[in-house]
Design a protein around this ligand. Sequence first.
Ligand SMILES: [Zn+2]
Ligand SMILES: [Zn+2]
Length: 456
Amino acid sequence: MSPKKKIVKRVKAKKKAVEVKEALLLQPPRGMRDILPQDQPYWQQVRRVTEKAAADFGYRRIDIPLVEFMNLFSRSIGEGTDIVEKEMYSFSTKGGEKVTLRPEFTAGVARAYVQHGMHVAPKPVKLYYIGSCYRYDRPQEGRFREFFQFGCEALGEQDPVLDAQMIQMGWRVIFQLGIRNVKVYVNSIGCPACQKSFRNLLVHYFESKKQKLCIDCKRRLEVNPLRILDCKEDKCVQVKVNAPQSIDHLCDDCRIHFKELLEYLEELEIPFELDSTLVRGLDYYTKTIFEFIPTLPSRDESVSENEERIKKNALGGGGRYDGLVKMLGGEDTPAVGFSLGLDRLVAEMKKLGAKFYREPKPKVFLAQLGTFAKRKSLRMFEALERAGVMVAESFGRGSLKSQLKVADRLGVEITLILGQKEALDGTVIVKDMASGNQEIIDAEKMVDEVKKRLKK
Ligand SMILES: [Zn+2]
Ligand SMILES: [Zn+2]
């Protein structure tokens, strides 16, 4: 190839590269997606049921920023956790602040609790939230990088009855959404006192199996050995099976707390399973932790229940975090909370053909013909809407025939027809869709007439 040709080729290649770089991708980043109107009835159902439960149990809503300082999460969730090490969307702002898109809510809620001096309020302070979270996770079925959570936090109470109530609430919400095939897995990882001796035992155990651990876990052994317990790598899952169990090494206080919780769960008749491998991947947890796992009718008998739990996506979970508020600079405040993954609830509901929210349908259709009538009908629409009557229209359509077709399709009870003549006379035609009868009435009395007929 001549040198000139080479240059031309290179320039062309460069031009192409630039074009590729600038191409507009008509899709959001990986792991994120639109939730389209046709899916919203499921989401609406989830929002209604969760918010109703929150209100019933005495929780008040809190909204916190999507973005927080990075160290809020790295300190509370913990260095050496998957979330902090691999999954956070962190960046520097133009002002040079290091910030992170919230990977979960609890840290931010605890931060708000301390910042706004909520400890002076009667205890427990009960808060709930609903919103999106972000984790740079490997996208797979039921796992998104942008996902939505509903959750509750009760701060200022150490009684295990609250732990039980959290489980009861989560379970009730899931059940009310029509998801009946769910089991609760519970564990206790103890308080800092019992965690210390347990930690030593773990280190001792994993040291002896070090060769069988993944690269990350070899490192975790130094930094944060507890986190080996939530590794999802197959070989680490195998090693974990025989690892020491935290419930065997609880201090008296933690043991009694856990025992009482289990008694409450029995009282509530909530099916639960002890799972000593459950650790939930966040450092701030103390004592109780739990997860809600869907149980499929066809269980694979070749894998243990623990492995099955790990393989499946939890619908939600939570636990106690007695040390978090103090760690953030607040008073010593025992606390417990849970969250549910809305994306997963919706997916499960769809799989099961569960009931979704049905929007109320309009019972009145407003048809119009001609420019003057169209102008009048805008006001008529508003009058009905103000009176609390749901009205449908298709103002954009010209012919009366095509508008009436829409009215038919919607299955309304009454169609109001406003033609040029009626608009000038100050009247309107009321058509009863069932009988087909039409009547001309005074436009002033239209709202009352419609209400009267709908009542019948
Ligand atoms: Zn303890
Ligand atoms: Zn591992």
